[in-house]
Design a protein around this ligand. Structure first.
Ligand code: SF4
Ligand code: SF4
Ligand code: SF4
Length: 159
């Protein structure tokens, strides 16, 4: 499969903006109340996907990479704004969403996102007489964001 994104095709379109907090963050109101904006989670993320967002509160930028759910940000957070009750607590409920700009929806063969999804959550069911459309099987999607950056038309977001 040719990886168009690595050749620089179809770049330059603005990515949908979404304020996604670090994994295991408290609910938004409690998070904003508790977070001191110290930036320790930003500095401590080995993937460098936590950035300073609106009001200097940390937010995830999947254009920079994926979350490996290593938990380093949780361990660095001194305030408890991101905290994990136990190893069973899911990091978040975000799921990948394929947008209208998806090349397959425009009749162009592209399966780049599927190639980057370790859990095989993105499928391309056969469509008689047409290009297979990308579909996210939400039960398999961990919300890792690995499919976001490689999409050549920036059509994937996390919701
Ligand atoms: S879990 Fe690890 S990779 Fe994910 S945001 Fe936290 S530090 Fe970064
Ligand atoms: S480490 Fe915790 S308190 Fe500091 S910016 Fe990150 S979430 Fe906020
Ligand atoms: S967010 Fe991760 S698990 Fe979900 S579809 Fe994208 S690559 Fe697959």
């Amino acid at each position: 499969m040719v990886d168009l994104s690595r050749r620089g095709f179809f770049r330059g379109k603005p990515r949908p903006k979404a304020e996604i907090r670090p994994p295991w963050a408290l609910a938004e109101v409690a998070f904003v109340d508790r977070c001191t904006r110290c930036g320790d989670c930003i500095a401590g993320c080995p993937q460098r996907i936590i950035v300073s967002g609106d009001g200097a509160y940390p937010t995830i930028d999947f254009a920079r990479g994926e979350c490996t759910f290593c938990g380093d940000c949780v361990n660095k957070c001194p305030s408890g704004a991101i905290s994990r009750a136990d190893n069973e607590q899911v990091a978040w409920l975000h799921k990948a969403v394929i947008g209208e700009d998806c090349l397959a929806r425009r009749g162009i063969e592209c399966r780049v996102c599927g190639d980057f999804c370790d859990t095989r959550a993105i499928r391309f069911p056969l469509r008689p007489g047409g290009t297979s459309l990308a579909e996210v099987e939400t039960a398999r999607c961990t919300g890792c964001g690995a499919c976001v950056a490689p999409c050549p038309v920036a059509s994937i977001s996390l919701a």
